[in-house]
Write a protein that binds this ligand. Structure first.
Ligand code: P6P
Length: 342
């Protein structure tokens, strides 16, 4: 929960200008990038909010590189982020869950120093049943001297991110952002059309009694995963000596936002259902941005064996196991995995 009472209304623009002036880790191009992404998220929020009235529910009849059926709003959201970011001169290239390869900046526009990689509408399978979905984004610097970035230009560990954030389209539309100096929350004011600051310096409690995992995969889990969850399910009768509660929205942004707000541990482990896949979630535009946010809020984020932000990517759409949230729980389940691997 926020530890800092808020002064009067501070818009996202004012917050970014003051961060640039006072903290120096933000320049005009990065400030523009964040504002452009926020405006695109506002347009996505409007499209998502129309629901059946917008004529954009249901499947687009196409598949993405993951082999997942694309929802119409997946495609719409992706287009909105591309259109919003192409012309500003702040980006060298973009990459998205919905596109096989990086998207170059059209030659008619100037290029900038940043790379933007995003999941335009995470959890989109929930759209048709009116459950919260979201946009996740990560900002990297384009490697020096690279004029035409390709996939290899994006393959940087999460520690190189200069910013990360998400928008969750729920009962309200909330933008959560880190520039490497704490985690801050902005809520869309639909009347004014801006994102005033509503919480600053969010902190995740180090302990929790709430876990988030898809239990239907239990029979496919590896031993340390089963050990950890069995202990939670045993509650006060088991070695943990207290009861635990479970939540699973099946929309990472919604689950992570709950954890950022009140603590918890989110887990998407590797499982033996498909040993070729190290889990379901993607490193570059789900795990890395969420890991930066969680760590900046005092939490932890690992693959079960190593810090997510230290993983050296080998492919734009690669997957990793994800354990993130309240520090003491993530450290415990990671210790179980390391013990089993030793
Ligand atoms: P499952 C949504 O498709 C997503 O990528 C994440 O947002 C979410 O946490 C996960 O997959 C849900 O996966 O297997 O429970 O449907």
């Amino acid at each position: 929960m926020s530890s800092t009472p808020l002064p009067g209304r501070i818009s996202l623009s004012r917050f970014l200008i003051e961060q640039q002036r006072e903290k120096g880790h933000l320049n005009a191009d990065l400030r523009l990038l964040i504002e452009v992404v926020a405006r695109a998220c506002k347009r996505i929020s409007i499209a998502v909010g129309k629901g059946a009235l917008g004529g954009a529910l249901g499947s687009a009849g196409t598949q993405n590189v993951q082999g997942e059926t694309q929802k119409k709003l997946d495609v719409v959201s992706n287009e909105l982020l591309l259109e919003a970011n192409e012309w500003g001169g702040h980006l060298a290239a973009l990459a998205s869950e919905e596109m096989d390869d990086p998207h170059p900046i059209p030659h008619r526009y100037p290029k900038g120093e940043y790379l933007l990689v995003f999941d335009p509408l995470d959890g989109s399978s929930n759209i048709d049943v009116n459950i919260s979905v979201g946009t996740i984004f990560s900002v990297l610097r384009c490697p020096d001297g690279i004029k035409d970035p390709d996939e290899s230009s994006f393959l940087q560990p999460g520690t190189r991110q200069v910013a990360a954030g998400y928008a969750v389209y729920g009962s309200s539309t909330v933008l959560v952002l880190t520039l490497g100096d704490g985690v801050h929350q902005f809520t869309l004011d639909r009347e004014y059309g801006d994102f005033p600051l509503t919480q600053s310096d969010l902190r995740i409690p180090e302990d929790t009694s709430e876990f988030a995992i898809n239990m239907s995969n239990m029979r496919h889990w590896e031993a340390p995963m089963r050990r950890y969850i069995d202990e939670l399910l045993a509650g006060r009768t088991g070695p943990r000596g207290r009861d635990f509660n479970m939540r699973w929205v099946a929309s990472m942004v919604a689950d992570v936002h709950r954890i950022l707000t009140r603590g918890g541990i989110f887990i998407y482990p590797r499982d033996l259902k498909d040993p070729s896949k190290p889990g379901k979630l993607r490193l570059m535009y789900e795990a890395n941005p969420m890991a930066m946010i969680v760590e900046q809020a005092g939490g932890a984020a690992t693959t079960g064996l190593e810090r997510i932000l230290d993983v050296q990517p080998t492919a734009l759409h690669q997957r990793v196991p994800v354990f993130l949230g309240s520090k003491n729980e993530v450290e415990r389940v990671t210790a179980y995995h390391r013990e089993a691997a030793a």
